[in-house]
Design a protein around this ligand. Structure first.
Ligand code: AHR
Length: 506
């Protein structure tokens, strides 16, 4: 099967925002406790944080991490997580039916982010709480000493403000499962008032308002229209979430799902434009896709624990999806979609980062290991920075439930002008046929392949585990070449590849 790509140096979509490769950590299951924090672990640093995990996060170059939830945040008291550890209360977490020790709070998370080289993105509880707690939290985190909250932060060991720029105004407020769920009008009005108040403290904050929890919600996309009509001028981004599942064990349908993601982004981009036009506004709100990932492998086990019969365990094994090779292809396609929509998606967070539907897994007292999906995330985050290219793609396709003519070749291209590189991320969705790829490189001058990574597997079900952490890993790709401005490569059936070219200085 043949597919062609045309890449032109001047045909660009947008500069990719580094925050596109962000992640999410929630007080859920073992994400925090025995995930990032385990004071008894042999690699623990002075703050009780696992250095083995920090190293993997640094390897991924995660730019920003959203915290502390998720559904958890909608009944969370941020004050429980500050002050001497011994005096912090244990609370019942209503979102996940667990106990929260509060051993980790905003100070510990800030230290972890610093060690991991990531920026913090904090979520505010607008479920069980409201405006006053929101402004107190922001003042505590960012306010100057010499004021009540700044001085309290100093007493708790940190005189310098944390300087957190990104604030999420609640989480999935459209969801009936959310503590403090609201109608679009109730939430839009509250979000506007909170945003106005936070801006009175610091107008440079980047504020993220909740959009739909997924595009199957009954209120989607009317929710976005109503909410944005309330707060368009006061916020910067609207948050979207989407999780991917292959419950019917149908690879073709599963791997077509990023067409649904693309349509979701397109619909909300249009809704933003609609409200912008209605408001006669010059401002451009953009999308923060701050929860995305594959999530379904652990559903059966989770239902047993979440049934509530087991009381209120602390840090149980929840949402511990073990990813397989098929999910590598899915994550590759999702990241390609974000790169192709870099004009409107400015922030995206893989949900989540450690243990809970995560690329990084840990064993208590044991090793940290990479899931299969770690790798497409790794390649995109490290090498997918620069300008997203508007590629001309011609590929045979197939009809799926979510879209017609889904191309077998899913590809994105990134041009790093300063670094002099051109990188393609390509997925072959066909299970039996190879793709003979021909990419015409126009206006880039001389190019040579400097890195070619390929992921293939005899089984879509192949997965890594603590005992066999290297079953699914990338290998050096072979057979690709560039001649007279034409890049040729063969993409085996069901494969993921990264092709990275170095460009001669122009
Ligand atoms: O990431 C797991 C959960 O998924 C989050 O808590 C919630 O926001 C979403 O429904």
């Amino acid at each position: 099967m043949r597919a062609t790509v045309t890449a032109h140096r001047d045909y660009r979509i947008a500069t990719i925002d580094n925050r596109l490769y962000g992640a999410f950590l929630e007080h859920l299951g073992r994400a925090i406790y025995s995930g990032i924090y385990e004071p008894d672990h042999p690699t623990a640093d002075a703050n009780g944080m696992r250095r083995d995990v920090i190293e993997l996060v640094r390897e991924l170059k995660v730019p920003i991490v959203r915290y502390p939830g998720g559904n958890f945040v909608s009944a969370y008291n941020w004050e429980d997580g500050i002050g001497p550890r011994g005096q912090r209360p244990t609370r019942l977490d209503l979102a996940w039916h667990t106990s929260e020790s509060n051993a980790v709070g905003v100070h510990e998370f800030a230290e972890w982010c610093e060690a991991a080289g990531a920026e913090m993105m904090l979520a505010i509880n607008l479920g069980s709480r409201g405006l006053d707690e929101a402004r107190n939290f922001v003042e505590y985190v960012n306010g100057p000493t010499g004021s009540y909250w700044g001085d309290l932060r100093k007493t708790n060991g940190r005189a310098e403000p944390f300087g957190v720029k990104h604030w999420c105004l609640g989480n999935e407020m459209d969801g009936p499962w959310q503590v403090g769920h609201k109608t679009a009008h109730e939430y839009g009005r509250l979000a506007n008032e909170v945003a106005k108040t936070l801006r009175a403290f610091d107008s440079s904050l980047e504020l993220i308002v909740c959009g739909s929890s997924n595009s199957d919600m009954k209120t989607y996309p009317e929710w976005e229209r109503v909410v944005l009509e309330h707060c368009y001028e006061a916020v910067d981004h609207i948050s979207l979430h989407m999780y991917f599942a292959n419950r019917a064990k149908n690879a073709a349908e599963y791997l077509a799902l990023n067409a649904k993601l693309d349509a979701y982004i397109g619909a909300i981009a249009s809704t933003i434009d609609f409200v912008r036009a209605m408001k006669r506004s010059r401002k451009r709100v953009t999308i923060s896709f701050d929860e995305w990932n594959v999530w379904y492998h652990s559903n059966v086990e989770d239902r047993e624990i979440l049934g509530g019969a087991k009381g209120w365990p602390h840090a149980p094994r929840l949402l511990e999806d073990i990813y397989n090779f098929e999910d590598v292809l899915q994550v590759g396609c999702i990241l390609n979609t974000f790169i192709r929509r870099a004009d409107v998606v400015r922030i995206a967070c893989i949900a989540q980062l450690v243990n809970v539907i995560a690329p990084i897994m840990t064993e208590p007292k044991g090793a940290a290991w990479r899931q299969t999906t770690y790798y497409p995330y790794y390649f995109a985050s490290r090498y997918g920075r620069g300008e997203a290219l508007q590629l001309g793609v011609k590929s045979p396709g197939y009809d799926a439930e979510v879209a017609d003519n889904v191309p077998y070749l899913d590809v994105s291209g990134v041009y790093d002008e300063e670094g002099g590189t051109l990188t393609f991320f390509a997925v072959n969705r066909h299970g039996e046929k190879s793709i003979d790829l021909e990419a015409s490189l126009q206006g880039f001058g001389e190019a040579r392949i400097v890195d070619h990574q390929a992921m293939t597997s005899a089984s879509l079900e192949a997965a890594n585990s603590p005992k066999n952490p290297k079953t699914v890993t990338p290998a050096k790709g072979t057979g690709a070449s560039v001649k007279d401005g034409l890049l040729t490569a063969t993409l085996p059936p069901y494969s993921y590849q990264m092709l990275r070219l170095s460009l001669a200085a122009r």
